[in-house]
Design a protein around this ligand. Sequence first.
Ligand SMILES: O=C(O)CCC(=O)C(=O)O
Ligand SMILES: [Fe+2]
Length: 483
Amino acid sequence: MDAFVSRKKRRLSQPDQDTAHHTEIAGVSGAEASGDESTDIKLAILVSLHPDIAQDDLLDILVSCDGSIETASSVLSQGSSAEIVTKKRPAPSSSLGVQTSLSSHVLTKFGDGSLAPLKESVNFKRPLPTKKGKTLHLYSPEDIAAHTPCTILLNFLPSKEANELLRELLEESQHFSRYEFQLFNRTVQSPHTACVYVSTPEEYRQQTSEYTYGGTYRSNVRQATPELRSVSRKVQRVVNEEIQNRIRNVYPDGKKLKYQSPKEWRPNAAFVNCYDGPAESVGYHADELTYLGPHPVIGSLSLGVEREFRVRRIVPREEEEEQDPPKSNGGSDSVVKNQKNSNSRADAQGQISIHLPHNSLLIMHAEMQEEWKHAIVPAQTITPHPIAGNRRINITYRWYRDTLHPRYTPRCRCGTHAILRCVQQKQENRGKYMWMCYAGFAPGKEGCSFFQWAEFDDDGNPVGDRTHDVDSAPALSNFSASQ
Ligand SMILES: O=C(O)CCC(=O)C(=O)O
Ligand SMILES: [Fe+2]
């Protein structure tokens, strides 16, 4: 879990408008706002209601709340309640598109190798079949693989094993806590609870005193439980198969992406999230790259209540302007123009909704974190799960890279660890990586204006790798290896 509702606290000498801290915020359902106002007007209303929050951030919240001002506003004030009903699949609101099969003719190969891929059908970076301001619901694994940077495997574990893992983590969830971040002089809490799991007591020490998250050390770290470890072995095998399928069938020339690691994916940390009831959520964000490095792959297992995972591609400024030239009145007033551009960018290609049922494994592929944002949106309704009740448990298995151990990553002037981000919006720098200070967003800390471009070799290892100069640091151990 990483970043979230965000606000731009400061504009430093940052090369990208999208580099501000993203922080989770409580998401709740409410009555849908009238769909009549344009997003511009809705955004203007939100800006007037929440003048101290940056427009891009307000827009992210508005988009994740399906354009409902009421929901977005209650998310921002962290109040309100949502309904729980027993209903098979919530009918999307009239403004949403539902597509049960976009590509019944597309065959995509999955972990079990049962389907033959059609390379031409899964076209990397082709225009999305979504519309500006709309949400397209995709249900079939083939459509999800073809139109998003993800693949999904349904009924991933034998059902007994999935249920045992769910029970184990529900029990664990009593120890979960909310992540805290600083919003000016207010400390705000994440809208769901979470905990990080590692293999050994030494790793517990490292996770609480060396690795940082959002500019601060973690306080909520636990040792991986037996089910979590044994399932990680299966996740590792299938994720590696899917990475190879993706490379063969989707990426240009059948080659891994530049900066993507060519090595076997070996998870050594798991973030476990608990969403208790329909109001709990996580806002649009991209996961922090600091220890995962460029183009990371993440295996995400869902258990309990089915919830909606939304993704939207980040549209760089110039690309959006080409697709949708500004109207003639957009040029004179820079505030209006910026608002319009930022607004168009966030929903220029609409959102895609992927429904994550109990026991599904979603793989976020290497192109995801740099080019897309994702969210678990507040639900209008949920169907209680026989074991979990109203709760959803999510495990994201991650591979912290040895070469990005905190003892090798830059420190900023204020003494904390800089974080790694990728420029997403500004066309001329898009895809470049940078180290920057994040401490200003951690409660009780002052940040600085530290900024440094980050350089990597083709395999995603820092250039001028300092690992050889330092005593061999104990890296985090792979879950499977430590069993
Ligand atoms: O709950 C999920 O499926 C997503 C969680 C997430 O985005 C994260 O942990 O970074
Ligand atoms: Fe995430």
